[in-house]
Design a binder for this molecule. Sequence first.
Ligand code: MN
Length: 603
Amino acid sequence: MSESHPSDVLRKMAEEKLAHENDDSSPPRSAEELLHELQVHQIELEMQNEELRHAQIALEIARDRYVDLYEFAPVGYLTLSHDSKINSINLNGSSMLGEDRKKLLHRSFSNLVAPEHHDCWLGFFSDALEAIDKQTCELTLQHADGKRIEVRLDCLRIKTDDADTELRIALTDVSEQKRLAHVLEDNNADLSRAKSLADKANLAKSDFISSMSHELRSPLNAILGFAQLLEAGNPLPTPSQKGRIEQIIQAGWYLLGLINEILDLAMIESGRHPMKMENISLSEVLLDCQSMIEPQAKKKGIHIDFAKVDEQCFVYADRIRLKQILINLVTNAIKYNRPGGAVNVAVQTNSDGRVHIGVQDSGAGLSAENLKQLFQPFNRLGQQTGSEEGSGIGLVLSKRLVELMGGRIGVESVVGVGSVFWIEVHLTDSAESDVSEFALLKPVHDVVQAAIQAAFRATPEPFPLMVAPRTVLYVEDNHANMMLMEQILERQSGIKLLKAGNGASGIALARIHVPDVILMDINLPGISGVQALRILRADPATAHIPVIAISANAMQRDIENGLEAGFMGYITKPIKVTEFMEVLETALQLSQKIKDAKKEADK
Ligand code: MN
């Protein structure tokens, strides 16, 4: 902008200047007045000239600045005529187009566009000439030497003085941006490929684990089952034979424990069994643990004390897993205790919204070195040579489980005094109603459970001789397991065994013979034992028959699910012959009662 003054101001300034120069002269006469006038004009013009010179200098500076901006802007600027000829272009623009500026002027921009984008460019160009507002597109340009760059074009149509139309274009090099986007896309694709591979591998791993569980347990069932039959067989084994059989049985159960723990850990790691988190009553969990663990403590002569917990104390956890952890800790506390020692389970709520459950033993305690090695698989801290069996996986498993529940696990120990293994889980406000999908079957299940528990509590009595032969149907696809069952039941008088190799033939046999009790394997070819159970329950002819699951699926979750599904009992392979016979006897008696009740009702 010129800073020229309005002419009247200049005139006034000129007059003042002249007046100042003629300071001491007398008042002007008329010729003198004219001269004076001219002199004023002259000075006025000189001053105007000066103003103009200043304005021109300012203009030149502004122009230089503009040219710098134009030429060295980080984008290319160019104007195209209505027939796409380059009218002007800045330095950066010409370097983006890979040519000297002079060679580019008056050339058609279309010739610089990569062949495959030609049509796209022509369409865009004619649209942009018509459009009023800014238009944008992305293109690939190709240099004379074949080099290609990706650019974004921001275009604005301009009407020039001679009524012609020009297109002003800002060119931005987006090659790097595009390259990064491609890299990102590729990386994402790689990532999702890797993830789906990992998912597949995980699934394969879980399937492998679950079939391995089955494959390992089935032969173990035969080994342990037949060994138990030998032990109690007829003729009775000699004392030395008995000793050897005991070794087989003991090693078998130890192997089973190992298999269970390793499989459970692997299952957790594979994510196959996610935590089933809910609000659960801590006092209920502790009471359950107490009743499960007390016989074990008694046997070892260890005094065990469980803290009394308010019934209104709820924690957010997986019920089965929390029990599993506590039982593991308490079992360890009993195992690694001194003779006549004590175990104390204490509960205390923290201010951070967690509950602290500590299991204190009066064992040998752990050294600092030992403490470091805790929570590592197969590390039994020098107990390997001791009389206690264990894989050392229990603590590893407990740690994983507590952490999956958002809790903590730890230990404090004093050598010679004992250790406190503790866990912390989140407290919560209230119990949530837990409506099971098998809720309809629940009443049956509860009655049956009560009966089974009563049977377990009572000291087993010799099996009463029944006059009428009783029929048991066993649905099992494993030959050795079927043979074992035949030989177990052979020793019982008055039980007739029906055999089915799969669910469908089991259901058919059940409909024809209406057995007193059905024993059902879960993993069967064709329909599973659970599906077979549902079909039996839905049929009025077979709905009343107690069905006991005998399965190699021995995870606590499998057992609870099985009982919820409506199995009267759930026996895991390998079978403990005596326990199995107790459950079977309870089922047979229940079956008899149901039959009697039906007869009464039919009268
Ligand atoms: Mn099977």
